[in-house]
Design a protein around this ligand. Structure first.
Ligand code: NAI
Length: 327
């Protein structure tokens, strides 16, 4: 691995001094799309995370301001901004965790799939660079449509011989967060105690919350469960419409910090396996996903939902694969 430290001395980069910490090991996080609606609060949260020692902020617009601003926060990590295509390699080099919120968000009336044309190309080129500069990083895909951008990443990594299914994540944390919040409101229980697994993908009916496995258990009618399921599936659209053309969910995305924190812990010296309750049925270990635990018992309604989502999920996956192979 080449070091990026010396290049930081040139004035093409926007950097700050880091503060060393003897107890925590070195860990580098790169955010691609760091100056956007999601990228900015995410950059802030990563700067506040004591497990991060180097934070690379990359965007094609607005990076210097965000990097300068975030770098003034008096936490451990060294922040550098990277603002142009030719700096992408340096932004990525040596990264342990890469987070991708680059691309356009929805406007009212759009589905996530409407973003495909623009975002597919962005994600593909960013993943080409990841394959080259940090093939062992854990990669977290936020850019929509997640159901297609994750397969795009997988195909790009395969074509470079660096694909590891244990290290590629589609970020659907928001669906879990929404399911928990809506369930707690309806069941009238403390939201902090609530757990709701969500399976499937990250668009419309492909989002399937499993309220039959929610805890604490509450007595709810079939109609109430249906309404909660629909609200969880439409949660993103609710935000897009409320923002009326000024963006999609960027603040509630903040909860993604929990899964990222879990991933960062994997690089700690103890490397303790971690049960991450934000990713249902998956146990994370030092190599990423170490065990897929199965779906658990589904209600009839959930079973029907699972069957109904499969064709849409499959076609979104195929669309991503076809894009990479030029079909
Ligand atoms: P935004 O438009 O505010 O920010 C996107 C950023 O990406 C901009 O700063 C832009 O300059 C940058 N960008 C564009 N092309 C780039 C490239 N080639 N390399 C690096 N950066 C590039 O959008 P926002 O709201 O931050 O959303 C970003 C993405 O996240 C969208 O695709 C959106 O649909 C998705 N999203 C995903 C969610 C999830 O739960 N997975 C939730 C909400 C949004």
């Amino acid at each position: 691995r080449r070091s990026t430290t010396s290049s930081a001395a040139t004035n093409t980069y926007f950097s700050s001094r880091g503060f060393s910490s003897e107890s925590a090991p070195e860990r580098k996080v790169a955010i691609l799309g760091a100056a956007g609606g999601i990228g900015q609060p995410l950059s802030l949260l990563m700067k506040l995370n004591p497990l991060v020692s180097r934070l690379a902020l990359y965007d094609i617009a607005g990076t210097p301001g965000v990097a300068a601003d975030v770098s003034h926060i008096n936490t451990r990590s060294e922040v550098k901004g990277y603002a142009a295509d030719e700096q992408l390699g340096q932004a990525l080099e040596g990264s342990d965790v890469v987070i991708i919120p680059a691309g356009v968000p929805r406007k009212p009336g759009m589905t996530r799939d409407d973003l495909f044309k623009i975002n597919a190309g962005i994600v593909k080129s960013l993943c080409e660079a990841i394959a080259k500069y940090c093939p062992n990083a854990l990669v977290n895909m936020i850019s929509n449509p997640v159901n297609s951008t994750v397969p795009i990443a997988a195909e790009v990594f395969k074509s470079h011989g660096v694909y590891d299914e244990k290290r590629l994540f589609g970020v659907t944390t928001l669906d879990v967060v929404r399911a928990k919040t809506f369930y707690a409101g309806k069941a009238n229980v403390n939201v902090a105690d609530v757990n709701v697994p969500v399976i499937g993908g990250h668009a419309g009916v492909t989002i399937l919350p499993l309220f039959s496995q929610a805890s604490p258990q509450a007595n709810m009618s079939d109609e109430e469960i249906k309404a909660l399921t629909k609200r969880t599936q439409d949660g993103g659209t609710e935000v897009v419409e409320a923002k009326a053309g000024k963006g999609s969910a960027t603040l509630s995305m903040a909860l993604v910090k929990n899964i990222l924190h879990g991933q960062l812990q994997l690089f700690s010296q103890q490397q303790t396996p971690l049960d991450c309750n934000l990713i249902p049925y998956v146990r994370l270990g030092k190599n990423g996903v170490e065990e897929v635990l199965g779906l658990g018992p589904l209600s009839d309604y959930e079973q029907q939902g699972l069957e109904a989502l499969k064709p849409e999920l499959k076609s979104s996956i195929e669309k991503g694969i076809a894009f990479v192979h030029g079909n």
